[in-house]
Design a protein around this ligand. Structure first.
Ligand SMILES: Cc1cc2nc3c(=O)[nH]c(=O)nc-3n(C[C@H](O)[C@H](O)[C@H](O)COP(=O)(O)OP(=O)(O)OC[C@H]3O[C@@H](n4cnc5c(N)ncnc54)[C@H](O)[C@@H]3O)c2cc1C
Length: 396
């Protein structure tokens, strides 16, 4: 038989990865995540367990002791973690394997790679990705956080907002302007990404203020203030003024990860809703016998299956070094919507019980809402597809 051009079956290694992560994550039940969510508390025991069992080694290069797996495998692990334990459990894996390892291994200087990749694999760090600013919003080119030359390095000043895990982070990647927009030759020039080790800074140079929010409360989001933060030149990620060349690769990896998480979370909510619909009896029959309930859940199944297919395609393109931007954007969009509408249908299926914190459905519903707004809001995906893919006139 000729080899098939397309293969949708996960290989043996991928199946084993799924089983192994599922077995670890299943040790942390709903009660654990419910409590962490309620207390807005970092899931330290879970994080430690991931590190001890080698999960942060997943995509670290082999020469630095890692397993050097690709985005397809990272995506499977994130998907499975979300499917077993929900969004916060999966988002932590993205924070380390994608924001940290993927960024450092692809774009940081050799000295940074050698020091930090093994430390990340050992669970010694949490890393935050600091892009969003209050004054710029989705228009990244309008960011104002500056990095000005001083001696052998740069001094960062400015403010970020909504930064996940910044209060826990020992490492940060920070998107700055090294050349003001009005002085740059092109509007996309003048952005530079820096890598920060907060352990090397003086107290108060980076301050964080927790935001009381509704999604992934165990991880939490923050305002972040940079006050005369000195960073050596070797901490530039990519090249000075060429941050715009690095960002798409980082954002595509992030989108594939959030899509994987969305599908996993949607599947978790769907499984709970289908089980409840089989057992809850009203009018002397299971509520799942009513097509109003049954079709809603069946629609979710169709939406989640499609979202997972495009997510796998995006991860495959990423690993093949093809441009994954269209698939990654579509996956993030479809995944986020599938997860949210599934969680919403789960709320409807559970009736009043869905509003009880003890059911965990309201937590999934709150969490699933996030990816319709960030990291990339639906409107920005549609603008990208409308203008960059379909060639329609620019709206902004
Ligand atoms: C819980 C949480 C965690 C987050 N974690 C991080 C993080 O770790 N790191 C990080 O850098 N950021 C993070 N973010 C920020 C997130 O990526 C942004 O909130 C998101 O990109 C939207 O930016 P904004 O909030 O400034 O919205 P705005 O830019 O103010 O936009 C508001 C709305 O207007 C729409 N809009 C704006 N311009 C247009 C246009 N031209 N056409 C159509 N619609 C438009 C947007 O799509 C959006 O729906 C997080 C956000 C949240 C809520």
């Amino acid at each position: 038989m000729p080899a098939s051009l397309l293969d949708f079956e996960e290989n043996e290694e991928q199946k084993l990865l799924r089983e192994a992560v599922s077995s670890l994550v299943s040790k942390f039940p709903d009660e654990y995540w419910r409590q962490k969510d309620q207390d807005s508390e970092f899931p330290r025991e879970y994080f430690k367990s991931l590190a001890e069992n080698g999960w942060f080694n997943l995509n670290v290069p082999q020469e630095l002791g890692g397993t050097d797996l690709g985005m397809s495998e990272v995506s499977i692990v994130i998907h499975e973690a979300a499917r077993r334990a929900g969004m916060a459990a999966a988002d932590i894996i993205m924070a380390i394997c994608v924001f940290a390892v993927n960024t450092i291994k692809r774009f940081a200087k050799e000295s940074v790679k050698r020091k930090y990749l093994p430390e990340l694999a050992a669970g010694k760090h949490v890393m935050s990705f600091c892009l969003t600013e209050p004054g710029a919003g989705v228009n990244t080119l309008d960011i104002k956080t500056s990095a000005e030359r001083e001696g052998d390095g740069y001094v960062i000043n400015g403010q970020k907002v909504w930064i996940t895990l910044a209060h826990e982070a020992t490492l940060m990647s920070v998107v700055t302007r090294t050349t003001p927009k009005e002085k740059a030759a092109k509007r996309t020039e003048g952005l530079t990404l820096f890598f920060l080790d907060r352990q090397n800074l003086k107290k108060g140079e980076v301050r964080t203020k927790r935001i009381e929010d509704i999604s992934m409360r165990a991880l939490g989001s923050n305002e972040v203030y940079f006050d005369n933060v000195y960073v050596p030149e070797e901490n530039i990620i990519g090249e000075k003024d060429r941050g715009w060349d690095v960002l798409p690769a980082l954002l595509n990896a992030e989108r594939i990860s959030t899509a994987s998480m969305s599908v996993g979370l949607g599947e978790l909510a769907l499984e709970k809703a289908a089980n409840y619909a089989k057992t809850r009896s009203v009018f002397s029959r299971p509520i799942g016998q009513n097509q109003a309930i049954q079709f809603a859940l069946a629609r979710s199944k169709a939406e989640l299956e499609s979202a997972w297919a495009i997510t796998q395609k995006a991860a495959w393109e990423f690993d093949k070094k093809l441009d994954p931007s269209v698939s990654a954007n579509v996956a993030a969009y479809m995944g986020a919507r599938a997860a949210f509408f599934t969680s919403d249908r789960a709320m409807q299926t559970y009736g009043g019980l869905g509003f009880a914190k003890s059911s965990d459905i309201e937590r999934h519903w709150r969490d699933s809402r996030l990816f319709r707004t960030g990291p990339v809001p639906e409107e920005m995906v549609l603008s990208f597809l409308g203008q960059r893919v379909l060639g329609l006139p620019r709206s902004y």
